[in-house]
Design a protein around this ligand. Sequence first.
Ligand SMILES: *Cc1c(COP(=O)(O)O)cnc(C)c1O
Length: 320
Amino acid sequence: MATTALPRVRMAHLPTPVEPLPRLSAALGGVRLWIKRDDQTGLALGGNKTRKLEYLVAQAQADDARTLITRGAPQSNHCRQTAAAAARFGFDCMLVLRGSPPPQPNGNLLLDRLLGAELVWCGDRDPEMVLRETFDEAQTGGRRPYLIPYGGSSPTGALAYAEAIREFQGQGIEVDRIVFASSSGGTQAGMVAGSRAYRMAARIYAISVDQPAAQLQAQVATLAGEVAELIGGREAFDASAIEVDDRFLGGGYGVLSDREREAIGLFARMEGILLDPVYTGRAAAGLLELIRSREISPEERVLFWHTGGTPALFAYADLL
Ligand SMILES: *Cc1c(COP(=O)(O)O)cnc(C)c1O
């Protein structure tokens, strides 16, 4: 399989560590758990978007852009990492954020400002529309904008997670299943395409954070096909073979329940590992349930892929 020739900047601290979770494993009855620390990708408190941004920023450079523009929720990790990448490589950054500014910026939003991003608030307007308007105005104004898609989940961004699969393979730990949080689908699509391209047998098992399974499966299948094309394959992916578990959506995106609270507390107190309230907390809650219900058998070797997000903890004072 040919390595991709797409341009890439280097900013992530790679490979991210893979570690066993001995105390948590014992507390759960002796399952075999490891964690991959993509919360430690190194860019302004890390997370999975840093990998994607290595390809997206390189594309922006190749296009001779001067301003990175993207959108997200006020506590978007993607927006914070985009702002940091912009600072690191000398771009201006404009972030289109859903809703209205809170009285006190905290968590990721505080960092967006610290990192020098210009914030555009949508109020009750449709974020995708505001994004397009912001982009057009920046273009007319001569700011040479580069549009980074929602979640960084274009084929170019998602490609980074095909490469991450290869990185994990090189770390010499074999697992039967990889469990992680999936939202815009780029992480999952990259993993799915990477598993096929680099022949990794582990199940790619996503816990959906905000979308019904059928919807996310279709999205991931399409995107995985596009990623495969970028790495030199011509592969079709069947949506029904994409594994998405949507039983843990609870009250919806970013709505914390006792399930996430318990999972976040357990990882903190058993392993000293910080999860986040929106993504990894939900994925870990799903993981716990799968283990307790024996859907994950005690013999199974499982990797929990930590995708970051910890700064959002500071925006959830009601966590405890
Ligand atoms: C964005 C994000 C995800 C989801 O990744 P997608 O590629 O959008 O599916 C998971 N965890 C964290 C912490 C994130 O910020």
